[in-house]
Design a protein around this ligand. Structure first.
Ligand SMILES: *[C@@H]1O[C@H](CO)[C@@H](O)[C@H](O)[C@H]1NC(C)=O
Ligand SMILES: *[C@@H]1O[C@H](CO)[C@@H](O)[C@H](O)[C@H]1NC(C)=O
Ligand SMILES: *[C@@H]1O[C@H](CO)[C@@H](O)[C@H](O)[C@H]1NC(C)=O
Ligand SMILES: *[C@@H]1O[C@H](CO)[C@@H](O)[C@H](O)[C@H]1NC(C)=O
Ligand SMILES: *[C@@H]1O[C@H](CO)[C@@H](O)[C@H](O)[C@H]1NC(C)=O
Ligand SMILES: *[C@@H]1O[C@H](CO)[C@@H](O)[C@H](O)[C@H]1NC(C)=O
Length: 593
């Protein structure tokens, strides 16, 4: 009897209160604590009581992926995450993520074959609300193909099938990126997704950054319009819908705006992009079509935004090489008035991309008799270092990890990603380390242009690249990894006095000025293949290493893992905008098996 009473209290404490609300959206009751769901899709609204520890499981066939979407997460805001949280795990119990009281309300998890959701709450009462929804689909075939990466100055995005009704289970993520030094205006001309005060069922989430881990800018649903402005040049949109009440979805246009209120400039790897605020232009009494570059046949590519794409080698762009500093300048101005007099202010916008060794410097200023605005921004050269299969440098080595033998000849090329064919690259220093941070003793292959390793060999360099080779080695009494770091110098080929033409310099000369033109690039680690033939002792020590590494699935022992890990000093700023594939966006870990 006492035992029974105790059990009852225990159940009261542990079992969460479960909402059994039926709405327009159908039945989304959550079953009892501990229940297992096998249907293909289901919504839940959970109202966990204090002191809950409750797990729900979703089990689907092994060839299906379950996508779980949280659209409301209202836990006790005063609780600690260690006391109150929602833990999402895959079918094998591997934790995919933990939602805390202060986590963003929207979150998405995917897992093959199933998922489990475990809710812990602390002893305090609070009207907790969780709304979640899952659906499942054959792995590799999303129910509605949509979303993507968009770049450029402006464009439109619509939901699938717009202006028709969006399909059920639509889940799309769009990443948008405009040029550096701009921000994005999103103008939703129509939003019509399922109406709900909390946007629980169907919603558009707008993130102020390049991924869904960026801060939420807004959550939109119902029938409305909206205009949003981001803080930087990237934004992420997510559209998620369930299986009932499909409407038209949404239509939005996006436009790059200068991040300052007048104009902005970005020096990308393929061209300079200048953007002028239309209202600023209007305040000076001009419209976009009156403006041209130095070459009057080059006008703006769009009037909203007012944008100029300025090639480095056309449209009158002037290149200057001075003290190892290379700059490209053009001018945006209004064509001369044809009448006798004018009452308008003269407008002249001078645009300069300065490539300062290590960095690119972006300078833009407007003159109106006097300089009224100047932007200065710095960027860096993009130099990639990669391995090639042979001395014809025709095929890059893509194998990763790249497994090599000791004493095998390795071919490397440093490539400058910049469109000016008159720039050349010189490998000034290259050193190796067993340590990725290059703290350990290092070994020089070439230093200040002087070859230090007998196997090092330079190949003739050409427009935008430098090539060399050396024989694979390993550090004694050290890890099997080898990392390489090279410093490259960028010169104008016509500058006969440049550092690139000076080869080995043993003493530091004062007047080199070439420090402006340095860039570092790193590859590694290099790992050696297991050995069979003559290297008995070698293979013993390496065998041990192999065992210690078998847990790291990707760290293939004794091979060369060659990755262009990082271009340290020359980062990607120049190329950032021109690259077709954006860098990896971060999501929650999506379990794959
Ligand atoms: C997926 O798995 C289920 C159950 O194992 C099976 O019935 C179904 O035919 C499979 N579908 C495909 C396309 O392989
Ligand atoms: C979630 O809460 C439970 C129960 O209080 C706790 O044991 C667990 O460590 C918490 N998880 C995290 C990641 O804090
Ligand atoms: C976007 O849509 C508008 C009309 O809604 C159209 O005028 C414009 O050309 C479209 N822009 C692009 C880049 O497709
Ligand atoms: C730019 O905008 C800021 C506020 O947004 C304003 O204070 C400033 O005066 C503006 N500058 C110009 C040149 O219009
Ligand atoms: C490159 O620039 C960074 C700062 O952006 C500076 O710390 C570094 O010393 C520079 N490297 C060279 C080689 O000039
Ligand atoms: C390395 O290879 C070169 C030829 O590629 C050969 O001459 C040399 O003897 C080899 N060194 C060792 C230690 O095997």
């Amino acid at each position: 009897m006492i035992l029974l009473g105790f059990l009852q209290i225990f159940l009261l404490l542990v079992a969460p209160t479960v909402a059994q609300t039926a709405t327009q959206n159908g039945d989304f009751s959550a079953g009892k604590c501990g229940e297992v769901y096998t249907q293909s899709h289901k919504p839940f609204q959970l109202n966990p009581a204090p002191y809950s520890d409750c797990t729900w499981e979703i089990i689907r066939p092994a060839n299906e992926t379950v996508r779980l979407i949280f659209s409301v997460l209202n836990l006790n805001p005063l609780a600690e995450c260690s006391q109150e949280n929602v833990t999402v795990s895959d079918g094998n119990g591997k934790v995919l993520g933990v939602l805390c009281p202060d986590s963003p309300r929207i979150d998405v998890y995917e897992s093959v074959g199933g998922l489990s959701v475990r809710v812990f709450t602390d002893p305090n009462s609070h009207s907790r609300v969780l709304y979640l929804f899952y659906n499942s689909f054959l792995t590799g075939s999303a129910p509605v193909p949509c979303g993507g990466n968009l770049r450029g100055l402006s464009g439109n995005i619509t939901s699938p099938n717009y202006p028709g009704r969006h399909p059920d289970f639509t889940f799309c993520v769009w990443h948008l990126e405009t040029p550096k030094n701009t921000k994005i205006e999103l103008s939703f001309s129509e939003i019509f997704v399922e109406i709900d005060p909390l946007c629980r069922f169907d919603f558009i989430a707008v993130y102020d950054g390049p991924s869904t881990s960026a801060p939420l800018l807004d959550i939109l649903c119902g029938r409305t319009t909206a205009t949003l402005e981001t803080s930087s040049n990237s934004v992420t949109l997510m559209l998620s819908t369930d299986y009932a009440n499909s409407y038209f979805g949404f239509s939005t246009s996006y436009t790059a705006l200068p991040s300052s209120n007048t104009s902005s400039l970005s020096c990308a790897g393929d061209a300079m992009t200048a953007i002028i605020s239309p209202s600023y232009l209007a305040s000076l009494g001009y419209s976009a079509h009156e403006l041209t570059l130095i070459n009057p046949s080059c006008g703006p590519i769009s009037s909203n935004p007012v944008a100029f794409i300025i090639p480095y080698q056309a449209c009158g762009t002037v290149k200057k090489v001075e003290d190892n500093l290379i700059s490209y300048t053009n001018t945006i101005s209004a064509s001369l008035a044809t009448g006798l007099i004018t009452r308008r202010k003269q407008i002249q916008i001078i645009v300069t991309c300065e490539l300062d060794g290590n960095t690119t410097v972006e300078i833009m200023y407007l003159t109106r008799d006097n300089v009224i605005e100047e932007h200065r921004d710095t960027g860096r050269y993009d130099v990639g270092l990669s391995f090639f299969k042979s001395d014809d440098f025709a095929t890059p080595e893509t194998q990763s990890p790249y497994k090599v033998d000791l004493n095998q000849t390795l071919f490397l090329q440093a490539t400058l990603n910049f469109p000016d064919p008159d720039l050349t690259v010189f490998t000034e220093s290259c050193f190796a380390s067993a340590d990725p941070s290059f703290q350990d003793p290092t070994y020089d292959l070439i230093k200040q242009g002087c070859v230090k390793d007998d196997t090092y060999h330079n190949y003739p360099s050409g427009s935008g690249f430098a090539r060399f080779s050396f024989s694979a080695f390993k550090f004694l009494r050290a890890d099997i990894s080898v990392y390489l770091k090279c410093r490259v110098i960028i010169c104008d080929v016509n500058d006969k006095m440049s550092r690139c033409n000076q080869g080995c310099i043993t003493r530091q000369r004062r007047d080199l000025g070439s420090s402006k033109w340095k860039a570092n690039a790193v590859v590694g680690p290099i790992r050696l293949k297991p050995h069979t033939k003559n290297e008995v002792s070698e293979s013993i020590s390496e065998k041990r290493d192999e065992e210690s590494l078998t847990n790291h699935s990707n760290f293939y022992i004794l091979g060369i893992l060659v990755l262009v890990v990082n271009v340290l000093i020359l980062s990607f700023v120049i190329l950032r905008y021109s690259r077709k594939q954006p860098a990896g966006y971060r999501y929650h870990p999506l379990a794959t098996q």
